[in-house]
Design a protein around this ligand. Structure first.
Ligand code: NDP
Ligand code: GUE
Length: 300
């Protein structure tokens, strides 16, 4: 069997068209243009890919887009001053500080500084708690995009065995919460999992969010399973020329596609969905902040 390759670019474009529609309506009916601010401290390569693609998509959707690139030696005080300013700015509805940040800064404290209403990454204790207790939250963009894609591909997820590899606050944990909310039987695997191959072999749905190039081989995959590869890993690509690199996921695509029912590629899989959901979350935040109806089709 050869897997169906899930086109994240196409599905992301569909979500973005919905976003653009809502934005146009908000501007026309309420003179409200959703605004997103992205803050990048230093020069992490995975983050730079994200920032580049995000800037283009935000403007295409008719939204306001602001980027703050700060030097790697930025102090806590300077970063907090910027966050406070963005919290108070009525034209900004979403604030995203790209992770990882340099060592002198604390991700936990940065997240705590962001107004939870503008926390489009869903990282704040408030949003994580709301999600975990089944209430209306801002949900991290990547898991949100993965859930939308899974529903679109499989229909109901109820009763399915799902394994999430990775337990970060940004991806693994919220992904597990969303799958649980859709009545999957959820296992979270991580670096201390005793027999990860056997654990993954049970799964109808595999979400890999680790950050290790091609860690998951095809022989870990249950035949017919739906495989969502979140990993973005830049590896050397000497075949493209000296010093060149390319992106690969956490799944060994070539062997996994021979076994899986469906699989997302890297690039062109989850990445474009994350971008689309970042825009969607910004629109959702703008509506909630202004007491307007929830946008349809942009939340999970
Ligand atoms: N496509 C997209 O839109 C996005 C992609 N990413 C990418 O997804 C990947 C994961 O991101 P993120 O969650 O932020 O990463 P983190 O580094 O925060 O978390 C990685 C997780 O993987 C686990 N892990 C590490 N090694 C192993 C192993 N050998 N076996 C099993 N589990 C392991 C860690 O376990 P432990 O907790 O035990 O250390 C940890 O929970 C990265 O490649 C990142 O670039 C991230 C966000 C968006
Ligand atoms: N606070 C925070 N939130 C994040 O969500 C976050 C972060 N920090 N730090 C970095 C990671 C990584 N990440 C990506 C999202 C999309 C692509 C993306 O668009 N990928 C394209 C790449 C296309 C290409 O360059 O060829 C694709 O997969 O098709 C990449 C990477 C979000 N992250």
């Amino acid at each position: 069997m050869t897997a169906e390759i899930l086109d994240g670019k196409a599905f992301g474009a569909k979500i973005r068209a919905r976003v653009a529609d809502h934005v146009a309506r908000l501007v026309a009916d309420h003179d409200l243009r959703p605004g997103l601010a992205v803050v990048l401290v230093g020069e992490d390569p995975a983050s730079q890919v994200y920032v580049r693609n995000k800037g283009i998509a935000t403007k295409e959707a008719g939204m306001k887009s602001v980027e703050h690139k700060l030097p790697a030696d930025t102090t806590e005080a300077d970063l907090y001053a910027l966050i406070d300013e963005l919290n108070a700015d009525p034209t900004i509805h979403g604030i995203l500080v790209q992770f990882p940040v340099p060592d002198q800064l604390s991700e936990r404290d940065i997240v705590a500084r962001i107004d939870p209403a503008k926390d489009v990454d869903g990282l704040s204790v408030t949003n994580a708690g709301l999600l975990a207790s089944g209430q209306r939250a801002m949900v991290s963009c990547t898991p949100l995009g993965c859930l939308m894609l899974l529903r679109e591909t499989l229909g109901s997820l109820s009763g399915k065995d799902a394994v999430v590899i990775g337990r970060s606050n940004l991806v693994g944990k919220p992904m597990a919460q969303l799958l649980l909310r859709d009545s999957c039987t959820v296992t979270i695997a991580h670096s201390r999992t005793a027999d990860i191959a056997e654990t993954v072999r049970r799964a109808d749905i595999v979400v890999a969010a680790v950050g290790r190039p091609r860690m998951v081989p095809g022989d870990w995959i249950k035949p017919g399973a739906c495989v969502i590869d979140v990993g973005i890993n830049r590896i050397p690509a000497p075949e493209k020329g000296e010093g060149k690199t390319r992106l690969v996921g956490d799944v060994d695509f070539d062997s996994a596609r021979e076994v899986a029912g469906q699989i997302t590629p890297v690039p062109g899989g989850v990445g474009p969905l994350t971008i689309a959901c970042l825009l969607a979350n910004t629109v959702t935040a703008a509506c909630r902040i202004n007491g307007l109806d929830e946008p349809e089709g942009l939340t999970a």
